[in-house]
Design a protein around this ligand. Sequence first.
Ligand code: ZN
Length: 200
Amino acid sequence: MASFAGPEIERLIGLLAKLPGMGPRSARRAALALLKRREQLLEPLAASLRETADKVRACSRCGAPDTRDPCAICADPARDGSLLCVVEEAGALWAMERAGGFRGRYHVLGGLLSALDGVGPEALRVGELVERAAAPEVSEVILALPATVDGQTTAHYLADRLAGAQVTISSLARGVPVGGELDWLDDGTIVQALRARRPA
Ligand code: ZN
């Protein structure tokens, strides 16, 4: 394909095209919008990306991205330390926080087990979860994982790994799309799925 823009712009388009929901065509449109709106978009976005890259890290306890370590939720003494909610990615955590029905703490796995993609337990924050679940204050681990094959495989695996810990293991109510889809579910549905959770 012939290139009309300089290598810097091609690089920008190539990177934008790697974002979820973007392809080469939408990446070119986004790049053009950025270049046309230098003051309002390009400069603030560049500064925000720099700041995010410099300051945001995964919380060493739960794995959620934050500028602080431990993150704001892990550091909040008002959160209920007896409840640990396991999510695939931070998007699900953000959705549950928006919904506002959960006052416990989280554990971000960083993905799901997948035979197809070759993702094993060592690639996820499983060891950290087992360690956290063994703390005396933790009484329940809620598996808020997607109702997909990988999500359920992961949930079963985690339930096995947590069998030795003195905790109740529960799952969000089935029949409700959860996990990867949590971040665009309406808030009421999430709260209901959480209330209707049951032993895994
Ligand atoms: Zn944290």
